[in-house]
Design a binder for this molecule. Structure first.
Ligand code: SAM
Length: 283
C-alpha cells in the first residue's frame, strides 16, 4: 500500500481512482452513491440519461470497489426507495446476482424524509451488504451490542427459571446483539453535525459499521466521500481510510471536518489534505 495514499481525500472520479488503488488492501468499502434523479438540483445525482445507464455505471463502480477489498471484505452500499427513487431495487437485484449477497440493513431514519400524499411517508433507507469471497468476513458482534431496556431487565430478574441471578445480571448488562434494523435519527437542518452536504449521513450510522466490520489499523475506502463522514469516523476509531470525491466543494467541506492527524514517521506522514491522483503519477 502506498503510504502517501492513506488517510487522504482523493479528488476525482471513483471508478478511475479505484482502479488505481492497490488490489486486496481494504477491509471495508462504505459507499453512499448517487441515487439517480432524486436530488434533482444536484448535478451529481442527475448525470445519467436513464436508469439502465445508471445501473451500468453502478456495476462498474462496484466491480472497481470489489478489487480493492481483501477476501472476506464487505461493501456497504446505501440507497433508498420512495416516490421517484426505486432504482435501488434494481441495483440490489443486479448486484446480488453478480456478487455474494451478505446482508440488507434497514436504517429507520426516525422521521419521514418527504411527504407523500398517495402512500406511506418514506422513513427508511437501506444498505445492501456484499461480500468479497475467498475468506470469512470480519464481524465483531460484541462491540455493537445494544442495552436491554429497564423493563426487560426487570422481567428477567423476576424469572425463576434463571438459577444463577448474578450470571444473568452479567449477561443482561452486556446488552443484546444488534439486529439489521437500525433506528438512528437522520440529521436535522439544525443539527450541530450538519456541515451543508445535501445527503450527509449521521456519524452514528457509519460508526456502527466501522466498529463491527473492521479492526483498528484496517483500511476503509469510501468512493463517494461527500462531506467526509466515513473519514471522520475512521480517523476517530483508529482505522486507515481513503475517501474519493469528485466535487471540489465537497472535498473542501470534508477537509474542513477532519482534524490534522498526529505526525507519523517517515516525515511524509499524512494529513487530511487533498491528494489528486493522476494515472501518470501512479503507474
Ligand atoms: C450521497 S452523497 C454522499 C454523502 C456522504 N455519505 C456524506 O455523509 O456526506 C454522494 C457523493 O458522491 C459524489 N460523487 C458522485 N459521483 C461520483 C463519482 N463518480 N466519483 C466520486 N464521487 C462522486 C457526489 O459529489 C456526492 O458528494
Amino acid at each position: 500500500m502506498d503510504f502517501a495514499l492513506e488517510n487522504q481525500i482523493i479528488s476525482g472520479d471513483c471508478v478511475e481512482v479505484l482502479h488505481q488503488l492497490p488490489a486486496r488492501t481494504a477491509r471495508l468499502v462504505i459507499a453512499d452513491p448517487p441515487y439517480f434523479n432524486v436530488l434533482v438540483n444536484e448535478s451529481w445525482d442527475t448525470a445519467w440519461h436513464n436508469e439502465s445507464e445508471y445501473l451500468d455505471w453502478t456495476a462498474r463502480w462496484i466491480e472497481a470497489a470489489m478489487q480493492v477489498l481483501v477476501p472476506g471484505g464487505l461493501l456497504y452500499c446505501f440507497g433508498q426507495v420512495g416516490k421517484r427513487e426505486h432504482a435501488m431495487l434494481h441495483l440490489m437485484s443486479q448486484a446480488a446476482q453478480r456478487w455474494a449477497f451478505h446482508d440488507l440493513l434497514i436504517w429507520d431514519r426516525a422521521v419521514g424524509y418527504k411527504d407523500r400524499s398517495d402512500s406511506w411517508t418514506p422513513a427508511y433507507e437501506m444498505a445492501l451488504v456484499l461480500r468479497k469471497e475467498g475468506a470469512p468476513p470480519l464481524f465483531n458482534k460484541d462491540v455493537v451490542r445494544e442495552p436491554y431496556d429497564k423493563k426487560t431487565i426487570a422481567q428477567y430478574a423476576r424469572d425463576k427459571r434463571y438459577k444463577d441471578a448474578e450470571a444473568r445480571r452479567r449477561h443482561l448488562s452486556k446488552g443484546k446483539y444488534a439486529t439489521n434494523l437500525w433506528r438512528i435519527p437522520s440529521l436535522k437542518g439544525s443539527s450541530k453535525e450538519k456541515v451543508g452536504h445535501p445527503s450527509q449521513k449521521p456519524l452514528a450510522l457509519i460508526e456502527r459499521i466501522v466498529r463491527a466490520c473492521s479492526a483498528p489499523g484496517d483500511l476503509i475506502v469510501d468512493p463517494f466521500l461527500g462531506s467526509g463522514t466515513t473519514a471522520v469516523v475512521a480517523q476517530k476509531l483508529g482505522r486507515r481510510w481513503i475517501g474519493i470525491e469528485k466535487d471540489e466543494r465537497f472535498v473542501a467541506m470534508a477537509r474542513a471536518r477532519l482534524e490534522p492527524e498526529p505526525r507519523r514517521e517517515p516525515a511524509a506522514a499524512s494529513t487530511s489534505s487533498t491528494c489528486s491522483l493522476s494515472r501518470r503519477e501512479h503507474e
